[in-house]
Design a protein around this ligand. Sequence first.
Ligand SMILES: C[S@@+](CC[C@H](N)C(=O)[O-])C[C@H]1O[C@@H](n2cnc3c(N)ncnc32)[C@H](O)[C@@H]1O
Length: 324
Amino acid sequence: MSTALSSAPIHSKPATQTAPAVRSCYDVLDLCRGCGITDFTDGKYADERNDRQAYLAAQRRQASYLLDQINCTAGSRMLDIGCGYGRILEAAAARGAEAIGITISPPQVANCRQRGLHIELCNYREILNDDQYADWRHAFDGIIANGSLEHFVQCEDAAAGRADDIYTEFFDVCHRLLKPGGKLATTAIHSRRVGQVNGGHLLDGPDRWPKGSVNYHAANLHRSFGGWLPEPGQLEHCAEGRFRLIAAEDGTRDYLRTSEYWMARIKRSLALNPASWPIAVRTFMRQPKATWHMLRCLLWDESWTFQFREPAPAQLWRHTWQAV
Ligand SMILES: C[S@@+](CC[C@H](N)C(=O)[O-])C[C@H]1O[C@@H](n2cnc3c(N)ncnc32)[C@H](O)[C@@H]1O
């Protein structure tokens, strides 16, 4: 593992390719817009309600929490790594901050630009390689990575022992983009136990495993979303020398409620709301196999929600880090 802090550019390698499953997952998930869902992370719930109003309020509360964690106020400069459809960017702009988002998803870029948000189509691993972002170095007061970390390592990487290096590189990139002492807020689904899943076991798809087993669901998720979950303590270990963990909060129950709301809303919309059909049909025509796998994974096998149901094999951690 490379933890040494160096002033030399760390990206002397060829352009990093985004894993195909990660790209196609957000092409397919664009159909959620037709179902009234444009937020792709946990909300923060205040009570037991889980209707539309409670869902939207929980999403706003989570955005507000993350912005507070990085001390985002009028005049702050913040970067959202994996900004989705720009919920955090909008909330930051409402505080008077200068907010920039990056995503690897072209539909998200198109949608955010239409709404006047500053967003770039960019893999975070390329920022320091790309001259157009030269003035981003040590330019941000705060960075948020809200639900994007789970895509950074792939099962193939984990199986080959590259996970630590990739997380370490992520913290290094953030450190080089932040002003001294700047803050980083991350939310990431973690596996519950160290060694819970073997990356190499997930590469052949879910059907190799007993239906309903942890491996079945994990392989299903990997096939549709592309990615790998950090293990307990792994991020802390990989941040060493660059960031100090200053706050941690378990949001697993919140993520279960968000997921239950998502699934109910998608099912109801696709079954009953004709307004959701055109975008769903277009997505299916463009990516029939990936769309079929995604709908099976989310709605039939319920692999997404399975992660957070007791005894939950996954745990959502909200972490706040300070650059050292
Ligand atoms: C689960 S979504 C979360 C979106 C958003 N933060 C939200 O709260 O709705 C993950 C996001 O990470 C982005 N992403 C995944 N890998 C990325 C990478 N290597 N560089 C930049 N963005 C990435 C995806 O395009 C997507 O926007």
